[in-house]
Write a new protein. Sequence first.
Length: 408
Amino acid sequence: MPAATLELVAPAFCSEPARTATDGPLVAELCDGIGFHPDPEQRLILDAVFAVPTPRDVGIVAPRQNLKTATLQMMALGWLFVTEERLIVWSAHEFNTAAEAFRDMVNLIMGDPELRGQVKHIHRTSGAEAIELNEGRRLRFKARTKGGGRGLTGNRIVLDEAMYLRPDHLGALVPTLRAVRDPQLVYAGSAGLLASVEWRRVRDRGRPGSDPSLAYFEWCDPDPWGCATDQCTHLPGRAGCALDDESRWSCNTALGRRISLESLRADRRTLPPIEFARETLGWWEDPPDASTDEALANWPTLADDTAFPGAPLCFGVDVAPNMAAAAIAVCGSGPRGEVVEVIEHRRGTAWVADRLAELKAAHNPSAIGVVKGSPAEALVPDLPDDVRLLSAAETTAACATFARAVTD
């Protein structure tokens, strides 16, 4: 659909440093010329990215499959063929993501005779993918690794899938930009995960609109978790659940263009609520704040060293994401309601099967649960045959029930 016929979907949060000019229209014209037409939202971003003076940092937050990757590709074309940057580095959290971006850029450039004529060589070696032009300008693709970002220095750096950025990536990368003329760092990703500390820092710089070095654009539903009841489990069909309010889905800029309403409805039925919330409505997974989170504030008052869980008992097993430690917990009835207690918490996982077998023989629990898709699922073959794998929906409902019990 031609961009001229589309209306701008305004971002929920937008801030740009003052500028005197921009090469954004030239970049949009280049993209139009090869049939890669920018949406109004992408033109808005391009105008900011290619502004004069250049913003040092750029943040782009949007739901999945709407505008982020295509916008980064348009930027890369502009940097190569309009502003003619010497070195552009496109990084992603995984090798496969970086390699896919490389293939897409190769197809875009090689699909146009004029752009193809400026290509000197395409480096296809795994882990060293790059597009090199006749004048020596290069676009490199790299995966961010444990070593941080020391090999990512460039005039323009893309940090794709920014929700997976780690502090050591930026700690290694940012100081290297001090010696680069007019550097620019572009962050792009969906709303943050609970562990997205660095991505959350970019958000907290961008939303107020007061950072003179940051251009920031965020498409999201600005009222996260605003359900009719605090006890909502966010499962499909729950009365008053904000996730079912289709008017909130309008933050998807491609809705009605490349994404259909029916596809989002199908996603709502299929995805776990937290995934749908993040990838469709742009709801962030923020850590709780003791000053505002009633459940967390009430937690210390519920400790009771004299209470022990009684029958019927349920055991649960969990494992740290890096498999470095595991825990077994028990839930049962008590004088003030349900009692939850961590029975064992040790390094490693080799001890879990034997200890769980001992506990089962001694206490005959009514259920033993492991969350499906969690690191603990890897232990299931060694655990008792009656271990139950809990679905994402069951886990979400259980967590909501537990939080309600704490609050009440």
